[in-house]
Ligand binder design. Structure first.
Ligand SMILES: Nc1ncnc2c1ncn2[C@@H]1O[C@H](COP(=O)(O)OP(=O)(O)O)[C@@H](O)[C@H]1O
Ligand SMILES: [Mg+2]
Length: 288
């Protein structure tokens, strides 16, 4: 399968030529495949936000390239606007960027810039609102009348309404309560499943990543530390812990059980998989 995005030896250095010069992304290379759900995880300061702002051309590489559909996004700088429409980026705390009088107008802002009008615009706005659980009767309200979680949904709908080929979300559940987090993730999962759009989810929660993505990229200090399926990455749980990173709660329980002598594969990361293993042990008479 052809990658939709190719990141080749990407470096981003802030404050070049000043005493504060620092590379937030250093020689990173990886591919993103069409239709996949990729998770990017790493500590605060590991370079996640800097990295993803290159995917739609908000930042320009200090060195290296970003290819979208096989083409360097900076080959024709005048066309960078098209890249921003094709790769939709939802910032962290996007609710602070709402500014229109009504929810409808806020969601319509991006697609209007794309040149959509009339029925097509109306369809994009209503479809996007529905995808994130904004009701029709909320569309005429001021976004400022909504709760924090609802405002975030409006901001997400504004990006979805542009019908991007790749949706990039920077810590979309940060600051929400557990129910709000799960609710929003369910919307994002449904969107990915139904539209087959490529989704890139940045998170600092291993549990959130483990429960949602097909493949994980682990960042550490401006570099890619690991990349693989959740099973491959969590099989290296010891390395993650040594690097000061977290592992999913389920993996931690499995590791503790193995340490106590039970024949358990510590690379599990879902409650169901751990349950299966424990049930198998019971059948074998290893657990009473
Ligand atoms: N605009 C900026 N100017 C200078 N340094 C920055 C800027 N944005 C981020 N940094 C630095 O780059 C590093 C990576 O930051 P960031 O990409 O925000 O990481 P993350 O999203 O993983 O927390 C940090 O050390 C941060 O302080
Ligand atoms: Mg960040």
């Amino acid at each position: 399968m052809e990658p939709i995005l190719q990141i080749k030896n990407l470096t981003h250095t802030y404050g070049v030529g000043t005493p504060f010069q620092r590379s937030a992304v250093e020689d990173m290379s990886f591919d993103v495949y069409e239709g996949e759900f990729l998770g990017i995880i790493g500590h605060t300061g590991s370079g996640k936000s800097t990295l993803i702002q290159h995917l739609n051309g908000l930042l320009k590489p200090t060195a290296g390239q970003v290819l979208l559909g096989g083409k360097d996004i900076w080959a024709e700088p005048k066309k960078i606007r098209d890249v921003r429409f094709r790769v939709g980026l939802v910032f962290q705390y996007p609710e602070y960027q709402l500014f229109e009088e009504t929810v409808y107008k806020d969601i319509a802002f991006g697609p209007t810039n794309q040149g959509k009008t009339g029925d097509e615009l109306d369809r994009c706005v209503r479809d996007a609102a529905r995808l994130v659980g904004i009701r029709d009767d909320q569309l005429d309200k001021s976004p400022f009348e909504l709760s924090g979680g609802q405002k975030r949904r409006v901001a997400l709908a504004g990006v979805l309404a542009m019908e991007p080929e790749v949706l990039v979300l920077d810590e979309p559940t940060a600051g929400l309560d557990p129910a709000g987090r799960e609710n929003l993730m369910a919307n994002i999962r449904d969107f990915h499943r139904n539209r087959h759009t490529t989704v890139i989810l940045v998170s600092h929660s291993m549990d959130e990543i483990a429960q949602n993505v097909d493949r994980i990229l682990v960042l550490k200090s401006a570099h890619v530390l690991m990349s693989g399926t959740p099973a491959e990455v969590f099989a290296r749980a010891d390395e993650l812990l040594t690097a000061g990173l977290d592992v999913p709660q389920v993996t931690r329980i499995a590791m503790a059980l193995k340490e106590r002598g039970l024949d358990i594969d510590p690379a599990v990361y879902t409650v169901e998989a751990l349950e299966q293993q424990i049930l198998a042990l019971r059948k074998g008479g290893a657990v009473c």
